[in-house]
Design a protein around this ligand. Structure first.
Ligand code: SAM
Length: 243
């Protein structure tokens, strides 16, 4: 929830208007991002580059030959990975306009930007490293095992899936109530209108996400409170066993 720290959504100048955000929320998840793409980097929904850098530094294990950014958006993760990936760097995202923005940030030999749904990925033992930032809210809870299975299959044995998580905020925290309120409104919206806009807070959290990953064969380690300026954030390192 990088964009909702302290419960306040912070937009940069030139970001979307509230009307545009409402229009995006009323369309589907993919269409919403198609519309938001040109202004996405001026929203709090983009993971801050320094947070991605810190995550990679904490996880270590770089450089690698091949890496995958799942739900890469406008490419903040790809840009951070670029200097550390020798041969093939792939970003997959359901929104082509988001990928077009990523293409402006990261290009060159070995870079592939692939339109596609993370829940339909068919990569097979292709990557040393997979990452995903800021996107788990788009994976319905019931699909989390399938998401983990697809990432697992994408990795070569010994490959790692690295991402940020945290524990559920305390009930006394404004972030908790912001997230619960937002989720309630989104559930009502999705009950009344098709296609759904799948975006929920408080998902893929510890400790539950550990069990989801272990259920698909990952071994999981967690580094807590290691990110400067992000108390409560945890770096999760899920490894596909070599055997
Ligand atoms: C909040 S953005 C995060 C983008 C980027 N990873 C970042 O951290 O700034 C979420 C991204 O996930 C993509 N997305 C949502 N659901 C998806 C799915 N099922 N498969 C692939 N991409 C998806 C959206 O198009 C959007 O680009």
């Amino acid at each position: 929830m990088a964009g909702a720290r302290n419960g306040i959504l912070m937009f940069k100048a030139g970001g979307p208007t509230w009307l545009e955000l409402a229009q995006q929320g009323l369309s589907s998840t993919r269409r919403g991002y198609d519309l938001l793409a040109p202004k996405f980097d001026r929203t709090p929904f983009m993971t801050p580059p320094e947070l991605v850098e810190q995550t990679l530094a904490v996880a270590g294990g770089l450089p690698v030959a091949t890496a995958l950014d799942v739900c890469c958006g406008t490419g903040v993760g790809l840009a951070a990975l670029r200097p550390h990936v020798g041969r093939r760097l792939v970003g997959i995202d359901v929104s082509e306009p988001m990928l077009a923005q990523a293409g402006q940030r990261v290009r060159g030999p070995g870079v592939e930007l692939i339109p596609g749904d993370a829940l339909e990925m068919t990569f097979d033992r292709e990557f040393d490293l997979a990452v995903s930032f800021g996107a788990f809210g788009h994976i319905p809870s019931c699909d989390e095992p399938e998401f983990a299975r697809r990432v697992f299959r994408s990795l070569r044995p010994g490959g790692r899936f690295i991402f940020l998580s945290g524990s559920k905020p305390k009930r006394t925290s404004p972030v908790y109530w912001f997230a619960r309120g937002y989720n309630a409104v989104t559930r009502v919206r999705n009950a009344l209108r098709d296609p759904p806009f799948v975006m929920y807070y408080l998902t893929f959290l510890l400790p539950d996400v550990k069990y989801v990953l272990q259920g698909q064969g990952f071994s999981v380690s967690v580094v807590e409170d290691a990110l400067e300026g992000y108390p409560g954030a945890a770096v999760v390192i899920a490894t596909r066993p070599s055997g």
